[in-house]
Design a protein around this ligand. Structure first.
Ligand SMILES: [Zn+2]
Length: 237
């Protein structure tokens, strides 16, 4: 049976209630999603400052959730884009591509700091996912050198030096046009990519904020899980 990776992005104290809602949606279907944790969301929400949040994430990790580092602050504040960066990011994010512009040293420094902060909280990350899946190849090299076995972009998962092609289904609740567009894209992926060996579903806190995406997330989870079994990044080969 083909496989499905499921994650919840943007796990951070300000998103705690919506992350919990997505977690319950997954658990009600027997799924244990991976959690993409941001240590200091927009430079304003240090994860260590919220004890209940730390307890929650540790609890989910002991339920079997894989933990990922997902940037340091997630946004691009203080990181001007070059023209090439603008082209690569066009239409993909509202300035939430923290790693888009970073070279190796800058990426490595943020990854090292993030890993240390997760470990200090008792969390062991299996991998790193750049915000908005935007990063130069140097970031993926920095992830490997930092000792994490998994990174990914929006086309593939990189596991211990191997490339696993894997389309990603995601929604956007940011405005009606994007919401209905993402509902349509989910259906297009269902019809065009059912034969892919490994698919990913990436859930975001905003997905339940628009009625169209909220309904599509539930319908989509049911549909994809009827045809695939959940797998974990640690099990990819
Ligand atoms: Zn994100």
């Amino acid at each position: 049976m083909n496989e499905l990776l499921i994650t919840i992005h943007d796990v951070t104290p300000p998103n705690a209630a919506r992350v919990e809602a997505l977690w319950q949606l997954c658990r009600s279907r027997g799924v244990v999603p991976g959690l993409l944790v941001v240590p200091d969301w927009h430079g304003e929400a240090a994860m260590e400052s919220d004890a209940a949040f730390g307890d929650w994430v540790r609890g989910r990790a002991s339920d079997g959730a894989e933990i990922f580092l997902h940037g340091e602050r997630h946004d691009e504040v203080g990181l001007p884009r070059s023209f090439g960066d603008e082209l690569r990011a066009f239409g993909k994010t509202n300035k939430e591509g923290e790693f888009l512009t970073l070279d190796y040293d800058a990426a490595r420094a943020r990854i090292d700091r993030g890993i240390a902060r997760l470990r200090a909280m008792g969390l062991e990350p299996v991998g790193f996912v750049p915000p908005a899946w935007l990063a130069k190849p140097a970031t993926h090299a920095a992830v490997r050198d930092a000792g994490l076995s998994v990174s990914e972009d929006d086309g593939a998962v990189y596991v211990r030096g191997r490339v696993v092609q894997s389309p990603v289904v995601r929604w956007s609740g940011r405005g009606a046009v994007r919401a209905y567009g993402s509902v349509l894209f989910e259906r297009l992926r269902w019809w065009s990519q059912r034969g892919e060996r490994v698919m990913r579903i990436a859930l975001h806190p905003g997905d339940l904020g628009h009625p169209a995406t909220a309904a599509s997330v539930e319908r989509g989870l049911d549909a994809w899980l009827s045809a695939r079994r959940q797998t974990f990044y640690r099990a990819l080969s």
